[in-house]
Design a protein around this ligand. Structure first.
Ligand code: G1P
Length: 294
């Protein structure tokens, strides 16, 4: 059997969405931060669209209390649809919110013990398949999208694939950082991983940017994972243990990343995406010029 035949396709994706979103209070008191819109699509919709473009079928949301709006968003809204139909309004705008029956699964993260713990909560749904992870705060805009770029690379090398991007060295302590090995094209071998290193201890300025394709063995490692940076169970620490046992590569994302976990990143994304929209770009650019006094 050739290597390509042995590589199992990525059909499932985990979206850790249990966070409290305290940075966006009071907006996020009663609605999940993943439902905050960039122009007219909630943040979570961008991640789901990116997943689907990459061929992912099953969406697994790791949720918590107060997060039901996310599930509602991807459900059929009978009254809304019936009323729109009666008024002869197009339902096309809702197309991206439809999920095939059985392809949306939620699991609860009952205690906020960290990203590694959130992913581990999905272990029963993942079983023994490779799976993707999307951190929806990281808005990745590209053609093709970030996960599609990763799946294309994965179909060549298999194993574990994460997306990385360069940041100024002064910023590395907020992220997971890779120790890079050999590079070919957009692929770099990963020889080490550190979560939130001190600036002078960071092995590079290439950070993990919130997209992963991982082999199911990571779940066993997470099971026994000790607390790491910030006193949390870190996904990065479990991934680090797979290096050397399985192929581990980073894909340098060809596109633009917006950090929607920060307020200014959120505003930047809103402005950039609004300006790029054919239906409103000209108007928004004119507004921006006016506001800047240009
Ligand atoms: C998480 C990951 C980190 C990654 C980052 C990307 O950190 O642990 O490795 O670089 O997301 O946004 P968090 O932002 O949850 O602190």
């Amino acid at each position: 059997m050739s290597d390509a035949q042995k590589i199992k396709p990525v059909r499932k994706a985990v979206f850790p969405v249990a966070g409290l979103g305290t940075r966006f209070l009071p907006a996020t008191k009663a609605i999940p931060k993943e439902m905050l819109p960039i122009v007219d699509r909630p943040l979570i919709q961008y991640a789901v669209d990116e997943a689907r473009e990459a061929g992912i079928e099953q969406l697994i949301f790791v949720t918590g209390r107060g997060k039901t709006a996310i599930v509602e968003h991807f459900d059929t809204a009978y009254e809304l649809e019936a009323t729109m139909h009666e008024r002869e309004k197009s339902l096309d705008v809702l197309a991206a919110t439809r999920v095939q029956p059985g392809n949306l699964v939620t699991v609860r993260q009952q205690v906020p013990l960290g990203l590694g713990h959130a992913i581990w909560c999905a272990r029963a749904v993942i079983g023994d398949e490779p799976f993707a992870i999307f951190l929806p705060d990281e808005l990745m805009i590209g053609t093709p999208g970030c996960m599609k770029q990763m799946v294309d690379a994965y179909s060549q090398v298999g194993g574990n694939v994460i997306s990385v991007l360069e940041v100024p060295r002064s910023d590395v302590s907020s992220y997971g950082v890779i120790a890079p090995g050999k590079s070919h094209g957009n692929l770099t071998e990963v020889t080490g991983l550190v979560e939130k290193p001190k600036i002078d201890a960071a092995p590079s300025n290439l950070i993990i940017s919130g997209r992963y394709i991982l082999q199911p063995e990571v779940m066993d490692l997470l099971e026994n994972q000790e607390k790491g940076a910030g006193g949390e169970i870190q996904l990065t620490d479990a991934m680090a243990q797979m290096i050397g046992n399985q192929p581990f590569h980073a894909v340098t994302f060809n596109g633009t990343r917006y950090d929607c976990g920060s307020k200014t990143g959120f505003v930047e994304a809103t402005l950039a995406l609004a300006m790029a929209r054919p239906d409103m770009g000209d108007e928004v650019r004119a507004m921006a010029r006016r506001l800047l006094g240009l």
